[in-house]
Design a protein around this ligand. Structure first.
Ligand code: SF4
Ligand code: SF4
Length: 446
């Protein structure tokens, strides 16, 4: 922990980096865009089994209606983000890279943005299992990017004891400000969602962790909580990757999730602020997730901001409305540290997409981007929040000693935050090497 944090008492973790945050959109209120002509809705917008279509080609659907059902417990349903007609059920582009099965919906132009489907209910009547079922029925997944089904996350295994719900309001990735805006604009819905999540997980206390570059959000939320509430707000140091689960648990509670373990192993369950704010909105209405807030930003964007967009909106439509310029541009879905780069303009916004960044792609002739040999400066070692040795891992990756990386240098503890690549003066794409090594090890294990 740095000296300043010790002096000012800000909670944090060791290592990590301070990239330029570029959060100029933090003062842009959430706005809606016009519906696109067509929505592209992959059935696997979540981790787990893809949803099963409930609709046929040519069928009319209304905004909010379920169009695909969960395939068992480790899956979630999908709801129509707009009123229209099913054009096709086919292989579609996704942010994950390979195409996957999905539903193409022709949107009725001029159709209302009002949600036309739902079953309002009194949430106070529901028991723990019924709340978990309601969360699954809403199709909710982690909106911070992981897209892990929320009902699974909030179901605590019988052999674990969980005492604390942590709500992740750090938003430590540069450029992204959608969670910041959600905390400012939807505090009541967020607190309502936190109470549902506490009932679902059986936790007695909740801590909202917010970085100290969002003090206005911390104040708004504190003002929305009563004295003696079981929910409290804690401010943590602004540092990347403060918003990763393991780092935030360490910062707030000084507990360490063991290698290969889960937050529940140290008595914690973690949810993102956006996820719980949407649960607070949707559950009392008995509605499903059909839209989300994304940050549209980057030096190439003409009208940067935070936009509420229907799931399935192609990035082309967003860029047409927000405008962008530049001849060599790179599109990233999410933050610049961990978000995937995409090239197909019909790639849709899905449940796990928190941002659309338009960055200037580095030129291959640019000498400053050239990869040089490792100079053993150890900057990557000082940056790694998991206290790994990225330099050694990189050397082993170059020799294709993938087994040794995992067995002797804890490759599987790497959560691909990109800190090591970011600080490397030799421009060695360490995190890319580690992704490849993990994929090869997984394939061999399979
Ligand atoms: S990408 Fe992996 S090795 Fe590199 S800093 Fe992050 S956790 Fe450490
Ligand atoms: S930061 Fe780059 S150059 Fe320095 S030790 Fe790590 S891999 Fe080598």
């Amino acid at each position: 922990m740095g000296l300043l944090n010790l002096l000012f008492g800000l909670k944090s973790f060791t290592h990590g980096i301070h990239p330029p945050y570029n959060k100029d959109t933090a003062d842009k209120p959430i706005r809606r865009l016009a519906f696109p002509a067509q929505l592209v809705l992959p059935l696997d917008q979540h981790i787990g089994k893809p949803a099963i279509p409930l609709v046929k080609k040519g069928q009319e659907v209304v905004r909010g209606e379920p169009i695909a059902k969960a395939d068992g417990n480790f899956s979630v349903p999908l709801h129509a983000p707009a009123t229209g007609r099913v054009r096709d059920i086919a292989l579609l582009p996704t942010p994950k890279g390979p195409k996957s099965n999905g539903i193409v919906l022709d949107v009725y132009q001029g159709s209302t943005q009002e949600v036309l489907w739902g079953h309002p209910r009194d949430m106070s009547d529901l028991n723990q299992q019924e709340i978990i079922q309601a969360i699954q029925d809403s199709g909710m997944v982690g909106l911070g990017g992981a897209a892990f089904p929320s009902h699974m996350k909030l179901t605590i295994p019988k052999d674990k004891q969980v005492d604390t719900l942590i709500i992740n309001g750090c938003e430590c990735e540069p450029y992204l400000t959608c969670d910041h805006r959600i905390m400012l604009e939807y505090p009541k819905e967020l607190i309502r969602g936190i109470r549902y999540a506490m009932r679902a997980s059986g936790t007695r206390q909740a801590i909202i962790g917010i970085e100290d570059n969002k003090m206005d959000a911390a104040e708004v939320l504190r003002a929305s909580l009563s004295n003696g509430s079981s929910i409290r707000v804690e401010v943590v140091e602004t540092k990347y990757p403060q918003g990763s689960e393991k780092m935030l648990i360490k910062s707030l509670l000084d507990r360490e999730v063991p290698t290969g373990g889960l937050p529940a192993d140290v008595g914690v369950v973690v949810n993102n602020v956006g996820t719980l704010a949407f649960l607070g909105m949707l559950l009392p209405q008995g509605q499903g997730l059909i839209e989300r807030v994304i940050t549209v930003a980057g030096p190439g964007v003409l009208k940067p901001g935070n936009y509420m967009v229907p799931l399935g909106t192609p990035i082309r439509h967003i860029l047409e409305q927000a405008g962008y310029e530049g001849s060599r541009t790179e599109f990233i879905l999410g933050g610049p540290m961990m978000g995937p780069a995409v090239s197909a303009m019909d790639t849709p916004i899905t449940k796990g997409t928190s941002g659309l960044l338009v960055l200037n792609e580095p030129s291959i002739e640019d000498e400053s981007q050239r990869i040089w040999p490792c100079i053993r400066c150890a900057r990557c070692v000082s940056a790694c929040p998991m206290h790994l040795n990225p330099s050694m891992l990189g050397q082993l990756a170059a020799k294709r000693k993938y087994d040794e990386m995992a067995l002797d240098y804890h490759l599987n503890d790497c959560f691909e935050c990109g800190c090591c690549s970011y600080v490397c003066p030799s421009n060695i794409p360490l995190v890319q090497y580690f992704r490849i090594a993990k994929a090869i090890n997984r394939e061999q294990a399979a």
